[in-house]
Write a protein that binds this ligand. Structure first.
Ligand SMILES: [Mg+2]
Length: 215
């Protein structure tokens, strides 16, 4: 049985939408101008910025007296609260499973947040396992996190595919470990010259059909 190693944010679960929804509500709540959403989105950098740094930036800009830990918690709970599993993603995972692939999530992030998103959306019913960088002690693109996922599934890494939206973490990680990959472009063009995805698609269901067709 081959492994299907899947990224979480903006691959299996939309993160950009829930982050924006939370951010808009939060700005309204503290009485900040609605136009500040652009600043908050740029600070977040599509999820690349550490959540503690986001909290500090918010506190500084609005001179808030809320402790950073409370802001981080609010961000966590807010984003999880807005996160939904797209039925087409559930369907794609079911198709992969029926075709004999073992879907395993490999995600960079905190145990608390990633675990909550996977369970509260019901995604846990569609994947065999999930490996979270905080708990693994190593993050994508380090090949060791993919090796750990394979070890936990008691399956060889050889024959696996990696699917994700991050050029560096997902596609760079697949290249580093010597696996083929599918990149979800989300409207972007590929620019990295050090490595490239095996295939580029616009949705998870398209990624699964590429993998099932053998590339
Ligand atoms: Mg991602």
């Amino acid at each position: 049985m081959p492994l299907l190693l899947l990224d979480l944010d903006n691959t299996l679960l939309d993160r950009a939408g829930p982050f924006r929804a939370w951010a808009e509500g939060f700005l309204a709540e503290i009485g900040a101008p609605a136009a500040d959403i652009d600043w908050l989105l740029s600070i977040d950098a599509d999820g690349l910025t550490d959540r503690w740094d986001i909290a500090d930036a918010i506190r500084d800009r609005y001179a808030l007296r809320i402790p950073s830990i409370d802001l981080v918690e609010e961000l966590h709970d807010g984003v999880v609260g807005y996160t939904r599993l797209d039925p087409l993603v559930a369907c794609a995972l079911r198709i992969a499973d029926d075709a004999g692939w073992l879907p395993v999530v490999v995600t960079n992030g905190s145990v608390r947040l990633e675990d909550a998103k996977i369970r509260q959306t019901g995604l846990d019913r569609y994947v065999a396992d999930w490996v979270i960088s905080e708990e693994a002690g190593v993050s994508k693109p380090n090949p060791r996190i993919f090796a750990l996922a394979a070890q936990r599934a008691r399956l060889p890494l050889r024959g696996a595919w990696v699917v994700g939206d991050s050029p560096e973490a997902d596609i760079g990680g697949a290249a580093a470990v010597g696996l083929p990959s599918v990149w979800l472009h989300r409207g972007r063009s590929w620019t990295d010259t050090r490595f490239a995805p095996t295939r580029t698609v616009d949705s998870l269901i398209a990624a699964v059909s590429v993998v099932l067709a053998g590339g």
